[in-house]
Design a protein around this ligand. Structure first.
Ligand SMILES: [Fe+2]
Ligand SMILES: [Fe+2]
Length: 480
């Protein structure tokens, strides 16, 4: 593996030799003020002058790649960092499998590649926009710090994609980089490109669910792009994955702490029945059925991000060698899939059945299945907290056909267990399965800020350990 040292003193910290590429440097420096404008107007609202205990990437080696210090967010050192090059790396899949990985954009796949990078890039600022008002209701300074950490890193991920656009795609790359700052989450006339990134993140349970499920879609997409035969994209995504792990940690531990506070309060109050919603809510915590409904919502919204189960676009990306499967380089097959099949759940004669389809067309379904497996681990651990407290209740991931707007199941209604429903049955039971106005109102009522060091809002348990080993009462955010 070879990697260049990080030039941390430059205006734009980088390990891509920016100082030796004046044209690119100029393009990025021209883009920079627009980015800062975007960050100031669309980034964390009301906390731009706070000193936040943040990690900043200063190296790409596995050990010690980040340093922790107090930073005002607008002064965060957003850098361009590629994972070390793998010597002799080859294209891992498709028609060119085994050929040396591309260091320049392959002309015949230029448009496809640009589209993939733009779609990935669009999600990064979108989530910052979705989360911009959460600081004001943070349940602790620890959580506030984690929110801002996620936000600045999504900002860096935007830089990562903009670097690729500016360096490798000339004029249209510059235009796309500009557009990434113009679209806006939830906007009528210029929305973000993907549905889940135009939804609101109005409260902290939504934030934890988003970072658990939707950032995990990000992880899966980055994993697939890390398998790209276009080596700069692969290296960029490999380093982003190091940061992404923390985002899912925030989501996993966040939901776990919510569950913990709930079951502890129930035990203390002597409540045995998790479905006694009124009694549980009166304790100032979030009842388990509401957590289940939030799980159903965020999981199903996130599944839509994988696109149609069967997709010729996905087949084209794979054939071209610009997007692989999850862990492509560890899979043991010919990496071309010409005659192979893959089982996809489909609606046939009014029933959901598993059908073998050409594997090349089923790559979205496959990545989605890998995602579902990846989601289950944390859910199982949430359930352990519930079981350990003595309750007979388990959070379950709903059936993949539940509440879908894209793909094979978009036209049907299905229960979380996978039972096909007539529209009237769905309408009658929807409120059992998806968050209701009353659920939202209860969550909303709990969103009171707690800014005293070491204190936590009652609806969420403290974390088991501090960031970077800091004590529980550490002042993670110094408010101005
Ligand atoms: Fe990201
Ligand atoms: Fe993320």
């Amino acid at each position: 593996m070879t990697s260049q040292k990080v030039d941390y003193d430059a205006l734009i910290p980088n390990n891509v030799g920016l100082a030796d590429d004046p044209k690119l440097q100029r393009a990025l420096e021209e883009w920079h003020p627009g980015y800062i404008d975007w960050w100031m107007s669309m980034g964390p609202d009301g906390f731009q002058m706070a000193d936040v205990y943040l990690r900043t990437a200063i190296s790409v080696e596995n050990e010690g790649w980040a340093k922790f210090d107090f930073v005002k967010m607008p002064e965060y050192r957003w850098g361009i960092l590629l994972a070390p090059a793998v010597d002799g790396r080859t294209i891992p899949c498709g028609a060119h499998v085994g050929e040396p990985a591309w260091q320049e954009v392959p002309g015949e796949y230029r448009a496809m590649l640009r589209r993939l990078i733009v779609i990935q890039g669009d999600t990064e600022p979108a989530s910052v926009e979705q989360q911009r008002f959460l600081g004001a209701t943070a349940p602790s300074l620890y959580d506030m710090r984690n929110l801002f950490q996620v936000n600045v890193e999504e900002g860096r991920h935007l830089w990562a994609m903009v670097y690729l656009l500016q360096k490798y795609f000339g004029r249209d790359g510059r235009e796309e980089a500009h557009e990434l700052l113009r679209r806006q989450s939830g906007s009528e006339e210029r929305p973000r490109m993907l549905g889940a990134f135009n939804e609101e993140t109005p409260d902290w349970l939504s934030f934890f669910m988003f970072t658990y499920f939707t950032d995990r879609d990000g992880k899966m997409q980055l994993e697939a792009l890390a398998q790209s035969g276009f080596d700069p994209l692969s290296r960029t995504c490999r380093f982003m994955l190091a940061e992404e792990a923390h985002h899912m940690f925030v989501g996993y531990t966040g939901v776990r702490r919510v569950v913990k506070a709930t079951v502890e309060a129930m035990v203390a109050a002597g409540i045995d029945d998790p479905s006694d919603i009124e009694a549980v809510r009166a304790l100032g915590v979030i009842d388990l059925p509401t957590i289940q409904r939030k799980t159903n919502l965020h999981f199903s919204l996130t599944l839509d991000l994988f696109g149609s189960e069967e997709s010729t676009n996905a087949a084209n990306f794979f054939n071209a060698g610009i997007k692989g499967r999850y862990h492509e380089d560890k899979l043991d097959d010919d990496h071309q899939l010409a005659g192979d099949t893959y089982p996809v759940s489909k609606l046939v004669d009014g029933a959901l059945v598993s059908v073998e389809v050409p594997a090349l067309n089923a790559l979205n379904a496959r990545l989605r299945d890998d995602f579902i497996d990846d989601c289950q681990g944390g859910v199982t651990r949430w359930n352990r907290v519930i079981a350990d407290a003595g309750f007979d209740f388990a959070i379950r991931l709903p059936h993949p056909a539940f509440n879908r707007k894209i793909g094979e199941f978009s036209g049907i209604e299905v229960s979380p267990e996978g039972e096909l429903l007539a529209q009237a049955d769905w309408d009658a039971r929807r409120d059992e399965w998806l968050p209701t106005a009353a659920d939202r109102a209860h969550i909303e009522s709990l969103m009171q800020s707690e800014f005293r060091p070491g204190e936590f809002a009652g609806w969420i348990a403290p974390p088991s350990k501090g960031i970077k080993g800091q004590p529980e009462d550490f002042l993670y955010v110094k408010l101005p």
